[in-house]
Ligand binder design. Structure first.
Ligand code: ACO
Ligand code: OAA
Ligand code: MG
Length: 299
């Protein structure tokens, strides 16, 4: 499903049977099984086979299944695509995407395999941009295929390419993060922030998650189950936000019935964009299980 809740997308190495078996139990919105940098060269074939079997046999419930493949400039990329599409993966994540052509090339191979299977269009794609070139081309990358559901930052590779390092304040990522949010919204797809590899400083992690949410990201890649609850908590609307959104929507409906345009709620003017934001808050509240569709219909 192209448009769904993806607050937390949890990476795990594709050659780790224990993690492949248990990852969904921690309830990330998506798991991202990695065949790329978390897997050493001599494990590439074993990881692909293990991942194929996991996708075929494990019931991950409603947790989305993403696989990060190796690029087509490696000896593994094409085989990775064939294996995971055949196994019925939900999304293919292309790492180190530098151009729209990179996406088109992967799309072509996916289509080739889907034609053999009789399921053309089933597999979604997402791109990770991890270099200056990728960030500069993000606008075109985000629009490169109808399969594209999102675009993400890969900051470890990106800062290496930029000849800097990651800091706790994150200013080295600011331009890339802004560009990715803009490119995603321009293309009408989702955007996801990068991993934070420091598992010891959860306060810094929390600050980062709040920051990327404020920038406009739909969610974040995580590497450990303990990061999931922090991201989900920050992405779940508070009671105050939900109550305010309910007032806005019921006020807007009332105004519509009376035929008036602008209204005030709690002394603040409410018009188009505020109503759209309130609708999004309620959608997130439903997706997070706080409200039901019926609650909204009754407004
Ligand atoms: C820059 C990049 O490219 S990032 C993307 C690629 N990197 C990855 O995929 C790495 C993903 N993360 C991991 O592999 C691990 O979290 C590590 C290696 C960082 C730490 O792992 P551990 O030392 O096992 O962590 P820890 O002992 O705290 O784990 C607690 C439990 O959570 C499980 N767990 C930890 N991380 C994960 C994960 N990402 N997915 C699923 N389960 C996990 C462990 O298996 C362990 O389970 P158990 O109690 O049943 O044995
Ligand atoms: O995509 C990610 O967040 C992880 C990654 O590969 C990177 O940071 O280079
Ligand atoms: Mg990377």
């Amino acid at each position: 499903m192209k448009d769904r809740l993806r607050r937390t997308m949890m990476f795990l190495p594709g050659n780790n049977p224990g993690m492949l078996t248990d990852a969904h139990i921690y309830k990330p919105d998506s798991i991202m099984i990695d065949l790329e940098d978390a897997v050493s060269i001599n494990q590439k074939d074993a990881a692909r086979m293990l991942t194929f079997n996991a996708l075929k046999t494990i019931d991950y419930g409603d947790v989305e299944r993403v696989v990060r493949i190796n690029g087509l400039d490696t000896p593994y990329g094409r085989e990775d695509i064939r294996a995971v599409v055949t196994a019925g993966v939900d999304v293919i994540r292309l790492p180190k995407t530098d151009s729209a052509q990179d996406i088109i090339d992967v799309d072509e191979i996916i289509t080739e395999v889907e034609k053999e299977l009789g399921c053309v269009g089933r597999t979604l794609m997402m791109a990770a941009v991890e270099t200056a070139t990728g960030v500069l081309n993000a606008v075109e990358i985000a629009k490169a295929s109808p399969r594209m559901m999102g675009i993400a930052l890969g900051a470890e590779d990106y800062v290496t390419n930029l000849k800097t390092t990651r800091s706790s304040h994150g200013w080295e990522l600011f331009a890339a993060r802004s560009q990715i949010v803009l490119a995603a919204r321009n293309a009408g797809i989702a955007c996801f922030d990068t991993v934070n590899s420091n598992l010891n400083d959860m306060e810094q992690f929390r600050t980062e998650v709040q920051f990327i949410k404020d920038l406009g990201f739909d969610g974040k890649s995580v590497i450990h189950p303990k990061q999931i609850s922090v991201v989900n908590e920050i992405y779940t609307p508070t009671e105050k936000e939900i109550n305010s959104a309910i007032k806005v929507i019921s006020g807007a409906k009332e105004a519509e019935r009376k035929g008036s345009g602008v209204i005030t709620v709690d002394g603040k003017m409410v018009d188009g964009p505020i109503i759209v934001r309130a609708e999004r808050t309620l959608k997130l509240a439903i997706a997070s299980g706080i409200l039901s569709e019926e609650d909204i219909h009754e407004l």
